[in-house]
Design a protein around this ligand. Structure first.
Ligand SMILES: [Zn+2]
Length: 308
């Protein structure tokens, strides 16, 4: 048993315009840092191609068709104000979904203790019928529903520590008490959702953080709100929407976390996964736009996952 890592070269072929923060170099930085001997025990697996039918677990067919039609044959096409597609984007998106679903298979069948999926594009801003914020389809939401349909999971928790609120995940599970969605995020910040009083069917826990706050406020949000909600919900599976843009170096936000905070939060979620869900934990890369902050944070996160 080990920590598994899914990657795939197709994730480098989702091309964004020059100067766009969500760029292939993000994955190259992650690849470099995980090349270190400290990660020799990682079970590295090439992501399988995804099953397009699983997109329908979180999005209607006409929306899926609309996204597909927006993929250009050449060049770069605009899908939303800040979301763009290149010719290989569809394959990257489908492979990201395939990796996330395979990670769910792995933790339910015991092929891995836990899994980190280093994929792009990210997914947590994609609502049921809207691609936005660099995201096309909501990979975490699809994986959560996949766990329910394929493995009979009754309660799945998605914990989202990306510095932006996962409006898409909240939208998809708004009235679905079988999924708990917990988020720490800077507020105010894009996309503007994520207030404390947005609670869905009692299954949404938003812990907004004020700009310029750091470790102490973040850890307090976990200890006072998110971890108690997880203990009450007792999930069969925890999926982390693991964005690392709350790192102090990140150019897109003003939260001052360090890699130690991601190490700590990972450990806390591993404890809950052990307590309620036979250790089942799947982590999906979302944001993180400073290459050094991202690489160091992923190293801390994956290092903690490997410690078991
Ligand atoms: Zn983000």
């Amino acid at each position: 048993m080990a920590t598994r890592l899914y990657t795939h070269p197709i994730f480098l072929e989702h091309i964004t315009p020059p100067g766009h923060p969500e760029r292939p170099d993000r994955l190259r930085a992650i690849e470099r840092v995980l090349d270190d001997d400290a990660f020799a025990a990682l079970d590295r697996v090439k992501a399988p191609e995804g099953d397009e039918a699983t997109i329908l677990y979180a999005h209607p067919a006409d929306f899926v068709a609309r996204v597909r039609a927006a993929i250009p044959d050449e060049g770069i096409a605009r899908v939303d104000a800040d979301t763009t597609a290149s010719p290989k984007s569809w394959q990257a998106v489908i492979t990201a979904i395939g990796a996330a679903n395979a990670a769910v298979d792995d933790v339910f069948t015991g092929r891995a203790d836990n899994v980190f999926v280093a994929a792009r594009p990210p997914g947590h801003h994609a609502e049921k019928t809207t691609a936005m914020g660099f995201c096309f389809f909501n990979t975490a939401a699809i994986a959560a529903r996949y766990a329910q349909k394929k493995h009979g999971a009754e309660r799945v928790a998605v914990v989202d520590w990306d510095v932006h609120h996962g409006n898409g995940t909240q939208d998809i599970f708004w009235d679905d008490p079988s999924v708990l969605y917990c988020s720490t995020h800077q507020m105010p910040l894009y996309p503007g959702t994520g207030a404390k009083n947005e609670t869905g069917a009692g299954n949404i826990v938003n812990a907004p953080l004020a700009p310029q706050t750091g470790s102490e406020v973040f850890r307090d949000a976990f200890l006072s709100r998110i971890l108690p909600a997880l203990d009450k919900f007792a999930p069969d599976l925890i999926i982390i929407s693991a964005g690392f843009d709350a790192h102090h170096r990140d150019p897109l936000a003003e939260i001052n976390l360090t890699e130690d905070d991601f190490d700590w939060a990972t450990g806390q979620l591993m404890q809950r996964a052990a307590r309620h869900g036979d250790n089942r934990l799947v982590s999906l890369l979302e944001g993180g736009y400073d290459l050094q902050g991202l690489a160091f944070s992923v190293a801390a996160h994956v290092g903690r996952l490997m410690k078991g």
